[in-house]
Each structure stands twice: as structure tokens, then as C-alpha cells.
Design a binder for this molecule. Sequence first.
Ligand code: BGP
Length: 470
Amino acid sequence: MTKLLPKNFVLGGATAAYQAEGATKEDGKGKVAWDDFLEKQGRFKADPASDFYHRYPEDLELCEKFGVDGIRISIAWSRIFPNGNDQEPNPLGVKFYHDLFKECHKRQVEPYVTLHHFDTPDTLHKEGDFLNLDTVEAFARYADFCFKEYEGEVTKWFTFNEVWPVSSCQYLTGTFPPGIRFDYSKVVQSMHNIMLAHARALNLFKEKGYAGQCGIIHSLETKYPYNRDSIDDQRAAELADTLSNKFLLDATFLGEYQEATWNNIQEILRSNDAHIEVPYEDIVEMKQAASQLDYLGINQYQSSFFRSYKGDNDIHHNGTGEKGTSVFKLKGVGEAMFDMAIPRTDWDWLIYPKGLYDMIMRVKNDYRNYKEIFITENGMGYKDDFEDGVINDTPRIEYIKQHLEAVSDAIRDGANVNGYFLWSLMDVFSWSNGYNKRYGLFYVDFESQQRYPKQSAYWWKELHQTRELK
Ligand code: BGP
């Protein structure tokens, strides 16, 4: 039977400043850690990316034409405060976002705005990023500035995009700057400190009574035991879940870590000679924020299946699309399995829509004070073929359809999910994969910067009109 989406369900597209804007040195923008990191790697750079900085009117016109009624964008912190914590904001950076929001409203595309999407200003990054509590303070000041400056233009805010990926890619896999590997103290401390920064910003938002709503986005991949009947595999999945999901869900909705969560984290830290510090005052701030959160954004692309593993840390990041090259073995946690009877992308991401249903229902059932959920990212990385202006991306259409069906099931079963943002609106630059991993509804020829609707864009347009998942 054809599944349906509610009439007022937001069908949006997602982008992020550093991945879409380009113009990394224009109009007084400050450096971010990525600038030097990518230059040193020499594989690809974030300029001009999709040149959104200059071409956003074109992208918003496409949104209007193809039934994209919300756009996730992020503000580049270093366009507003080039060094993260300058006395005065950079007027050209501030103006850019005023112009962008104006254009969104002109095209009747609602902006959903994230304050931090992986791009801490370089000055703060060099001083320890979110391991340094000065960054927490600077973030709250920057957030407060944006809430005030764009009040009336933006009503949907998110503090952070994906706390686990930021922290783990910076300090566990080393794929994000500063490129440190297997430092569990830093991973977990960074996650906690970012949750503190989120809490501080959200509390300010509420205290000052700004118009609108504010939430946070987590990457929540559902973890399953590889062998359902194995107690050891079940434990591996539980530990992996605590590290990347439960620790953050507890911080978000409870403002503290439940005993089982804390014990699991301590076990993982002990196995890796690591530790974390959580002062009592942090919990006070986080609890206050937990009770005031308006919504949760869930990003999910894949689920993972964990097997018991007793060896050392060993990770290989598949950043090229060479299927079968991924390795993810965590000491004291478990091993993620990729070679399974489940379809996966060339980047070894397991396509498992049930994982999205299960995660939504888990939030609904385990955190009873949740109010609203948006699926803020989901989509399929694919090496699209461009043939005479036609991009036939049938596997992507199937992927989106199956995941929206999972969302539709969750709504049927009582979950309050009110929107879905496809990653990505148009093709953008991918942090650790560059430009051959495309996600967009609109194909971008990165040489000419021309946009072309893919088959998925036409499918989307029809979905927007009918709300039927066909
Ligand atoms: C999420 C990020 C996005 C985007 C997406 C796809 O984690 O929020 O910024 O990059 O993943 O990931 P990738 O580009 O690595 O394929």
C-alpha cells in the first residue's frame, strides 16, 4: 500500500556553510581549521564548493520550483566573528546572512539555521577547540549575537550539527582537523563540552525570550548486534550505542548521564586509559536546557552492526568510494561489520531504513519529554552519471522513498516528526571525500557552477504535490 506524508510535513533540503558557500576568504571571513588542514592534504579544497555565497538566489529559486519548502543552512561563525570572539562583528558577514534570509522568504522557503556545522574559527580551534572552555563561552556569545541580529528573520534554530561526528572525527578517526587518532579522553570530553555550549546557548535563548524555537542536531545511527543471539555482540552494540548515541541523548533530554550510560562510558574510557571530567555546575546548566529544548534534529544515513572485538583500535576511513575498504574496530567497544546481506553504498554505508524507524521510536519511548523531531539529514552519496544533462539517480530515489516510508510508519505509530531535510539540496563538497560523493537533488557542475535537476528532483516535486510515497 502507498504510504503517505502529512500535508504540513516540511520537505526540505540541507546544506552547510563550509560545504556550499565557497568564498572562504571573501568579505572578511576568518580562517577555519579546515582551510590549512585541506591544503596540507592536497586532495581537494572548499573553494568554490557550490558557490552558494554568490548563487544562493538561483538555489532558492530551484527550491521554489521543485517543492523544497525548507532549507537547512548554517551560519559560518568566522564570517560573523573572524577570530571567533572579536570585539566587533564583521559587517559584511552579518549582511550576507540578512540578504540570504530575505531571499529565502521571498521564495517562501523557511530557513532552519544551524550555528555550528563543523567549522570552529581557526583561532579558537588552535587553542583547543571545544576542549577549551573559552570556546564554550565564545560560542554562547556568538549564538546570542545571532539570535538577536536575525530575530524575526529566523525562527528555527539549531545550536550544533552532530556532536559525535565532530568529536570522533577530530580525536578518534583523525579525519577532521586536528587529525588526532584514538584519544578517547578528548573524544568524550569534547562531546560533553559541546553539550555544555549547547545548553548555555539554549538557556540564553529562552532567558532573553527571543522569538522562535531552538534545538540541536545529533547523528544517530542505530546500533545492532551482528549476531542477534550472541550476548557478546549485544554488549558490543550496547557500548557502541552508549558512546555515540545514548551519552548525547541523555545530555540532551535529561541534562545528566544515567547510571548505566555513565558506567558504560567509564568502562570504555578505562579500556583506553582515558578519563573525563564533568563538574556539577555543568549538570545544572544542562538540566535547565534539557527542560527547554524545543526539538531534536536526527541525522541518519546508515545503521551499524557490531561484533564483539578484543583487539586494539584500528580504523580505515573509506574516503574514496572504494567499496569494501572500511575498517572500524574500537578497543573496549567492538567491531563494526560491513560485509553483510544488506545493501550498502560505495562508501560502505549500510542502507537500512528500519534503523531510522527504530531510532525515532526509541527517542519517543525513552525520552518522554521530547517534543518534536525533524529528520535534519538523510540521503545517499552516489557517483552520479551526467549524460547530456540527464542525471538518472534511481537508487537515490529508492533510498529517499524507503526512508520516508520509515518516517511515515513512525508518525503512524505516534511519533511527532514534522519534517525531513534531504542531504543535500544541491551537490556540495564532502569533508573527507571531496567532490565525487554527490548527494544533491540538483547536480552541480563544479567547473561551470551550472545546476541541473536530477531525476530525484522531479520525483520530489511530485511527492511534494501528492504526499504519496510512490
Ligand atoms: C553529515 C554532515 C554533513 C554531510 C553528511 C554526509 O555527517 O552533517 O555535513 O557531510 O554527513 O557525509 P559525507 O559528506 O562524509 O558523505
